[in-house]
Design a protein around this ligand. Structure first.
Ligand SMILES: [Fe+2]
Ligand SMILES: [Fe+2]
Length: 273
């Protein structure tokens, strides 16, 4: 017996830098009074870029948000940060809707998705860690972020606008009512939430990484000096919060995360139902 997924909370797009829009929704968690954002990005310019494609349950609203901001015929690139369902939920639909778009991904992601998705080879572009993508009026850089839950993951940095799309990195829960910026989160919730999400949901291997090597991966982002960090599962990070976010990220290997909901929490859900 299959159940439909809980409907997401739709949130209106936000312009996070000139002509750069965060497309947003949030999911309620089962067994915990939290929500998790599921964002994607639209970079407008000479050759518009869609970055990740949200989730299936958000399809109608996501496509409406997207087409309200750009003519699908003008979209030139669909950048897929990795092959997880919360990033590929509307991939087929966006490629059908945007006939002039090339899918930017990796060979590994293409292979991992091959049982359920394929694109004509002439509509594919594969990028390695550190590769650049020319989008007409500027260059975007694809790179592997310090943390990820798929080995295919590429973050994307728009140096011209200072905007970093970090894929799953910087993931944090939000309160029951979603917030726009990490500075809207209760202070302990942000650091504890990042620890909980990264250690339990995203990258449990953090506790065994070589600390110096890991730190060097975080330094890569510091060296890029982004002015705005956006990602799938975090409110917007900008201003003074960028330094704090990088400090939180760097500290993660040695942080003991709070527990995540267990069988008792599930039984409480069932008792409530
Ligand atoms: Fe992921
Ligand atoms: Fe994700």
């Amino acid at each position: 017996m299959a159940f439909d997924p809980l409907p997401p909370i739709h949130l209106p797009p936000l312009e996070v830098a000139p002509n750069t829009y965060l497309l947003r929704c949030a999911m309620r968690a089962l067994g915990a009074p939290i929500t998790a954002s599921v964002n994607s990005l639209l970079i407008l310019g000479e050759e518009p870029v869609v970055v990740d494609t949200s989730i299936r349950s958000n399809r109608h609203a996501w496509l409406a948000d997207l087409t309200g901001l750009v003519d699908p015929a003008d979209v030139r690139w669909v950048f897929l940060s990795h092959d997880d369902e919360d990033h590929t939920g509307n991939l087929t639909q966006v490629l059908e809707l945007c006939p002039n778009a090339t899918l930017v991904t990796t060979w590994a992601a293409t292979e991992r998705m091959s049982g359920s998705f394929s694109a004509p080879p002439e509509r594919l572009r594969w990028v390695h860690d550190g590769d650049s993508l020319d989008v007409g009026d500027r260059t975007l850089r694809a790179f592997r972020p310090p943390v990820y839950d798929s080995p295919t993951t590429r973050a994307l940095f728009d140096e011209t606008r200072g905007v970093l799309w970090a894929s799953d990195a910087f993931a944090t829960p939000m309160p029951s009512d979603p917030v726009e910026r990490v500075t809207d989160l209760p202070v302990p919730m942000w650091a504890e939430g990042m620890a909980m999400f990264h250690h339990h949901v995203l990258c449990p291997w953090l506790s065994v990484v070589d600390r110096d090597v890991y730190r060097s991966q975080v330094e890569r982002i510091r060296d890029m000096a982004p002015t705005t960090i956006v990602a799938c599962h975090t409110p917007i990070i900008d201003g003074d919060a960028i330094g704090a976010a990088l400090d939180n990220l760097e500290a993660l290997p040695d942080v003991t995360p709070p527990p995540h909901p267990d069988q008792q929490a599930l039984e409480a859900v069932l008792a409530g139902a």
